[in-house]
Design a binder for this molecule. Structure first.
Ligand SMILES: Nc1ncnc2c1ncn2[C@@H]1O[C@H](COP(=O)(O)OP(=O)(O)O)[C@@H](O)[C@H]1O
Ligand SMILES: [Mg+2]
Length: 410
């Protein structure tokens, strides 16, 4: 029997897709054959790498009877991990997909994809929608991904209420595989407090023991479209994902025996209480979060106007906080030089403290160069790094972008 695990989250950007891909790769290492099903039109597993190429054939085409389920299954890695995508991102097609989820077309389709696989790992859309209802109707287990940010804590009660409702009204078989904490920074005071709060307020068993740390190398893995297991610098985190797969398998034993982790009403009420970070005047966790639409727009417009190949916002250790448009070879270049970049930035910061020394340019090879510019939010310094051909001068656009970023986030 195929087990269907839906990887879910109430918020975007909490590591859901990364978890789906790495959990699939880890289950494969444990000897299983996996199909990753990307049901999330917004940056789901299908926007990563080789799955993209199968975009012509996906669930929409099966629903329209234009192809068979087997035509949509693409090998991804290890001969054991395969993928299947929605099949189109046009608004009309996505509305059609949503309407088929509403009229009951999606559950039989998901079941039709299952034969031959030990696990279907579904990258589900965020929040509540008819699509998530349809997915959880056929799922055996739901894995909920969260990060330890204030904004995520606030969304948990809604999601738990949704799961409770689904259990009662739609799928009484649905079990909670666990709540997975991802992107955890143990050196961050506010994240540590939130994790302690989770542990104090919620039954211990709801959370997976395995915690996925914040690891910038995962960003690099996702740019290269591979799981952490295939990136040597991300080996530590790959091991954690392997632990997570083992833990989920162990818990499946318990789940089979009916020891379903219960999502009592109490839980939703308890976590909706004020959490410890609320109202903290010095809580700047969201202010310097560069992964948002405005930041993306600023980077995109800078790259467009100055003909940049791509751009990165990094902190002074070289940790990439936002990346725009670095694909293929250039992503590899940045990945390879990330640790070097950190050292360079640290040195550059010293020079850039001098008046009028705001731009530094580093030649990568005879064709391309990196141009650096600093900006500060409150007292923290960040770097804007542009990758461009030697022949262009992006300084003006970079000044503009740095100013806009400061205004936006200050
Ligand atoms: N543990 C982690 N450490 C650092 N970055 C991460 C981690 N997990 C995911 N990321 C990065 O965070 C971003 C959002 O992750 P993603 O898995 O796409 O989230 P979601 O699917 O919930 O929107 C991606 O750029 C991804 O590479
Ligand atoms: Mg995603």
């Amino acid at each position: 029997m195929t087990r269907i695990i839906a990887v879910t989250s109430q918020k975007g950007g909490v590591g859901k897709t990364t978890t789906a891909i790495n959990l699939a790769a880890s289950l494969a290492r444990l000897g299983h054959k996996i199909l990753i099903v990307d049901c999330d039109p917004q940056g789901g597993a299908g926007s990563h790498g080789s799955l993209k190429s199968s975009a012509g054939h996906g669930m929409i085409q099966i629903l329209r009877r234009e192809c068979e389920p087997s035509d949509t299954i693409t090998p991804l890695f290890d001969d054991k991990v395969f993928g299947c995508v929605i099949g189109s991102k046009t608004p009309a097609d996505l509305i059609y997909f949503e309407s088929r989820a509403a009229d009951g077309g999606l559950p039989p389709l998901i079941k039709a994809l299952a034969p031959g696989f030990d696990y279907l790992v579904i990258d589900a859309p965020v929040g509540s929608s008819t699509t998530i209802k349809a997915i959880l109707e056929v799922a055996d287990e739901m894995l909920l991904t969260v990060n330890c940010k204030a904004a995520t804590v606030k969304t948990l009660p809604d999601f738990i209420r949704l799961a409770q409702w689904l259990r009662t009204e739609v799928n009484p078989r649905l079990k909670l595989a666990g709540i997975a904490v991802t992107m955890y920074r143990d050196d961050d005071h506010s994240e540590k407090k939130i994790l302690d709060h989770f542990r104090a307020k919620l039954p211990r068993g709801l959370f997976l023991e395995t915690i996925i740390p914040f690891d910038p190398n995962l960003e690099m893995a996702s740019i290269r479209s591979v799981p952490a297991l295939m990136v040597s610098s991300a080996r530590e985190t790959a091991r954690r994902y392997l632990d997570m797969a083992v833990e989920i398998k162990q818990r499946e034993g318990e789940l089979e025996n009916g020891a379903a982790l219960d999502l009592g009403d109490l839980i939703a009420e308890e976590i909706s209480e004020r959490h410890p970070e609320e109202g903290r005047p010095d809580d700047d966790s969201d202010r310097t979060n560069f992964r948002n639409r405005r930041t993306e727009d600023i980077l995109a417009s800078m790259c467009d106007q100055a003909n940049l190949i791509g751009a990165v916002i990094a902190d002074r250790t070289g940790l990439p906080l936002a990346i725009h448009n670095l694909k293929g070879g250039s992503a590899d270049t940045i990945a390879a030089m990330a640790p070097e970049l950190g050292k360079t930035l640290e040195k550059a910061a010293v020079y850039m403290d001098q008046p009028k020394a705001n731009n530094i340019s580093i030649d990568l090879d005879s064709g391309d160069r990196l141009v650096l510019r600093t900006f500060s939010i409150d007292t923290t310094r960040f770097f804007l790094v542009g990758l461009c051909p030697q022949t262009i001068d992006p300084a003006g656009e970079m000044v503009l972008a740095a100013t806009r970023l400061t205004e936006e986030l200050a």
